[in-house]
Design a protein around this ligand. Structure first.
Ligand SMILES: *[C@@H]1O[C@H](CO)[C@@H](O)[C@H](O)[C@H]1NC(C)=O
Ligand SMILES: *[C@@H]1O[C@H](CO)[C@@H](O)[C@H](O)[C@H]1NC(C)=O
Length: 271
């Protein structure tokens, strides 16, 4: 691990000393791009794809703070939807296992010169969510009250990700603080399977309801869309926030301005 130069910084905060480690030497798997030169987006797209491939293969510090990328775990998700034509739904998902990010394709990675936010187009040939659900409500007029296993398989998932960042300095390097991730998703085809839909009252009705849902998967997906969007947003925010606390932004954008240059001294002092 010769390439990994880890610098330990000691932050004496209110809660005591906190140890923050990050890369001080650029690993060979990161390609640097220059935002003030032409073809930046092309370079950045290639660079982020190669970097993601490496994350999937495994970067020890990311595995430690985030866990593996594929399959990846999520503890819990709570969602409520009551303003839709297709569903009135309150659902909790726990013990989620998400598969598919290992095959993510970065179709485009744009960075704004103005505020260094990102616009990223990602494609996943398939995503599968396994978990435990608890829900009350109705989808397509079918009243539901149950809890059990849920499996959702999505083919051809297109994700348009908008990421807000705030630059900051650490140990003489400029870093991204990834502060928010919003996504828009488009799907090719969705299959769902919900076990124990009516608290086990009728296996036959459960099977035919699942069949009905899959026959009407477009509407069912609209009902469950917030679930998918939130899962993807939370997952990516967590991953990107942790990742970019570890790797300086200048490894990716060689000519990135410092936070002081970008925001000016005054606003820098206020935040
Ligand atoms: C989901 O969990 C929240 C609190 O964690 C709870 O208020 C809500 O009733 C739960 N919903 C269902 C459908 O169980
Ligand atoms: C990143 O931003 C969050 C607020 O969005 C803030 O609480 C946190 O302290 C920031 N981290 C760094 C290292 O600047």
């Amino acid at each position: 691990m010769l390439l990994i130069g880890l610098l330990m910084l000691l932050h004496a905060g209110l809660q005591g000393a906190q140890c923050v480690a990050f890369y001080t030497e650029k690993p060979s798997y990161i390609e640097s791009c220059k935002i003030y030169e032409p073809e930046f987006t092309k370079c950045s797209t290639r660079s982020i794809q190669a970097f993601m491939n490496q994350l999937v293969k495994g970067v020890p510090e990311i595995e430690e703070s985030f866990g593996p990328i594929d399959p990846m775990r999520q503890e819990q998700l709570v969602f409520k939807q009551d303003n839709s034509d297709v569903a009135t739904l309150s659902a909790n998902l726990t013990d989620m296992l998400i598969r598919g990010f290992g095959k993510m394709l970065i179709k485009e990675s744009k960075v704004s010169k103005k505020d260094f936010s990102w616009l990223t187009k990602i494609y996943l040939p398939q995503m599968r969510i396994d978990g435990h659900y608890k829900m009350v409500g109705r989808i397509l007029l079918v009243p539901l009250q149950g809890n059990g296993k849920i499996v959702m398989e999505i083919d051809d998932l297109d994700i348009l990700m908008t990421t807000k960042t705030r630059l900051y300095e650490k140990g003489g390097y400029t870093f991204y603080n990834v502060t928010s991730v919003k996504v828009k998703v488009d799907v090719g085809k969705v299959r769902t399977r919900l076990d124990n839909l009516f608290n086990g009252h009728s296996k036959e009705v459960e099977d035919s309801t699942n069949q009905f849902f899959n026959d009407n998967w477009k509407d069912v997906f609209e009902a469950l869309r917030p679930l998918v969007v939130e899962t993807v947003e939370r997952t990516l925010l967590d991953l990107l926030h942790k990742t970019f606390a570890l790797f300086p932004a200048s490894f990716f954008v060689e000519d990135i301005p410092t936070s002081l240059t970008l925001y000016g001294r005054k606003s820098h002092m206020i935040t």
